[in-house]
Design a protein around this ligand. Structure first.
Ligand code: BMA
Length: 369
């Protein structure tokens, strides 16, 4: 009897110890596997002290007067250097398409991401995910999609297959010697506006947090160790507050960088836009300090930049007041005549952008190499 009991105790002890060892190995390999992301986080923290990196969405894909040619960039054609940050969008990847929602081929995107990494630059990815409930685009907010994609929901399986496709793409971002390229990923962005199916009024804050955390856990399990995770709400209707900004915040354990998306339109004055930037960045800075997160202006711009001194007189003075690591100006869209957000040869802001480039605060590729 006694010896059976001893044997049983020994067996249970053995099982417990092997389980604990397995957990330790799993968590240490999880930590180790984030190496490339952590390296990027540390680099961003260093750069944040030096100045603000200038970024541009779809920079090497098309510009105001060209598209799909290789080795071109409106930014480079104006100031002689590439933007320090390049942004790309994964929308439509989840449908198995070979081009994104703006016509950018995913193979070309992968190539440009690797090129940007090899020239010493930074990459950020957004994802204008189609509505899984209605089959329409990201701006279709019908169908209660968030609750349906979460575990137990009728679209969970389909959603998993979408996350798998995005994970596979991110895992495929590797240099020739097999090293993974780190990227800042900004899923479920602009949730404080109501225009996307994952936004305000389309799900509860709790559901949103579940969606974000589910995405994080799923993609980390699929080995996406090269992601720096970003939380990126949009401009508040009123003056921003910490409470409002954090309404959808999914947790310190799943976020590395926090930011804000803010645009100026023709009906807004420069002072109004600057007021918004300050109201938001005051809060982003405060939350960043409190939570020890990197901070950025994750999207901005003035469509078609009609003001010829906008970069140096409106944007730059505010950038100088905040320790943000980057600002991403949106695309010089080939397909949307009203969506040109950065300088290009022959545009009214061309000269001003040169001055903006020369300012010590603004960082381009040559400054961060
Ligand atoms: C939006 C606009 C759209 C575009 C989308 C994804 O803000 O620029 O025209 O399709 O981003 O890039």
């Amino acid at each position: 009897m006694k010896s059976t009991l001893l044997l049983r105790t020994l067996i249970s002890l053995f099982i417990l110890m092997t389980t604990l060892a397995a957990i330790a190995i799993a968590s240490s390999s999880m930590a180790a596997s984030r190496q490339s992301a952590i390296k990027l986080i540390n680099r961003l923290a260093t750069i944040q002290k030096q100045g603000v990196m200038i970024g541009h969405q779809d920079d090497p894909m098309y510009g105001c007067s060209w598209k799909w040619e290789e080795n071109r960039s409106d930014v480079k054609e104006v100031c002689g250097d590439y933007p320090a940050v390049m942004g790309f969008d994964l929308g439509d990847l989840e449908l198995g398409k070979d081009k994104n929602l703006d016509g950018v081929p995913f193979d070309r995107m992968r190539k440009e991401i690797i090129r940007q990494h090899e020239r010493g630059g930074i990459i950020t990815l957004s994802w204008h995910t189609n509505n899984p409930a209605t089959g329409k685009n990201a701006w279709d907010f019908e169908g209660d999609a968030v609750s349906k994609v979460l575990p137990g929901g009728e679209l969970n399986k389909k959603f998993n297959s979408w996350l798998t496709m995005v994970s596979n793409f991110i895992n495929s971002l590797k240099t020739a010697d097999g090293k993974k390229v780190p990227v800042i990923f900004r899923p479920w962005h602009e949730m404080s506006g109501g225009w996307f199916w994952w936004g305000e009024g389309r799900c509860t804050a709790e559901q949103y947090k579940k969606l974000y955390r589910y995405t994080y856990n799923y993609m980390m399990r699929r080995g996406c160790s090269n992601i720096v995770w970003a939380y990126s709400p949009n401009l508040a209707d009123q003056t921003e507050t910490v409470e409002h900004y954090e309404k959808y915040y999914p947790g310190d354990d799943v976020v590395d960088l926090i930011g804000i998306d803010i645009y100026q339109r023709e009906e807004h004055g420069n002072a109004q836009y600057q007021g918004w930037l300050r109201s938001e960045l005051d809060v982003v800075k405060k939350v960043g300090e409190k939570r020890k997160k990197l901070i950025a202006l994750t999207e901005t711009g003035y469509n078609n930049v009609p003001d010829s001194t906008w970069f140096t007189k409106t944007l730059l003075p505010v950038l100088k007041e905040y320790p943000i690591c980057y600002v991403l100006l949106w695309r010089n869209a080939w397909d949307q005549p009203t969506e040109n957000y950065i300088a290009a040869p022959g545009k009214p802001s061309e000269q001003d952008f040169m001055e903006f480039y020369k300012d010590p605060k603004t960082l381009f590729i040559k400054d961060i190499k």
